[in-house]
Design a protein around this ligand. Sequence first.
Ligand code: HPA
Length: 235
Amino acid sequence: MSTPHIKAEKGDIARTVLMPGDPLRAKYVAENYLENAKLFNTVRNMFGYTGTYQGKRISVMGSGMGMPSIGIYSYELFKFFDVENIIRIGSCGAYTDQIGLYDVLLADCAYSESTYAAVQSGEDKGPYTYPSKSLNERIEAIAEDLGTPITKGTIHSSDVFYRENFEEFKRIRDEHWAIAVEMEAFALFHNAQVTGKNAATILTVSDSLVTQEETSPEERQNAFTNMMEIALRLA
Ligand code: HPA
């Protein structure tokens, strides 16, 4: 069983897949957290691995950046590889000063101006898509168990990283109650909905549009660890 973008056998991929944007992040997770990790995909260097975490089988694979990219990979995983759960583990930019660098956020809604959902299914259900309620409840329970504070809210999934009008984020924040921006969750949630599967998005804050602070790569790595541990326990 191979698709245009994933060259693997069905049984090579676990029911639950963690998806960082960066395929080298997937490699890092596989090498540092999983036991007996086996590489299942190298097409376009979008590395995917399956191994075990605390005895449970789990996969980790890069999604690339943006909705077209995560749209392709998540659809193929759900539709052709019998994947049941995809948990995006990514980074985001804060839209409010109530959120600090390195905070861990859990998307309970994704807002987007993207036409991804309307084009994909031929139905325009509006600018919001939603994660799996049961996955989110489990993520919150695990975070509480680990003592990692988590902030829930609406995430803006943007098609554009570099806007000519930087200040536009304030309008989006105020009209849609968006607390942070990333570029993938809206399409991932839509794909889960049309395929009858489950998706969630956990994010760490890597920059702030309000204070214009940014994190260093080393600091990002540490913050990533907290988020990772929550996600791995979903196995
Ligand atoms: N914009 C969009 N996506 C992001 C950002 C941002 O500022 N930070 C991390 N992902």
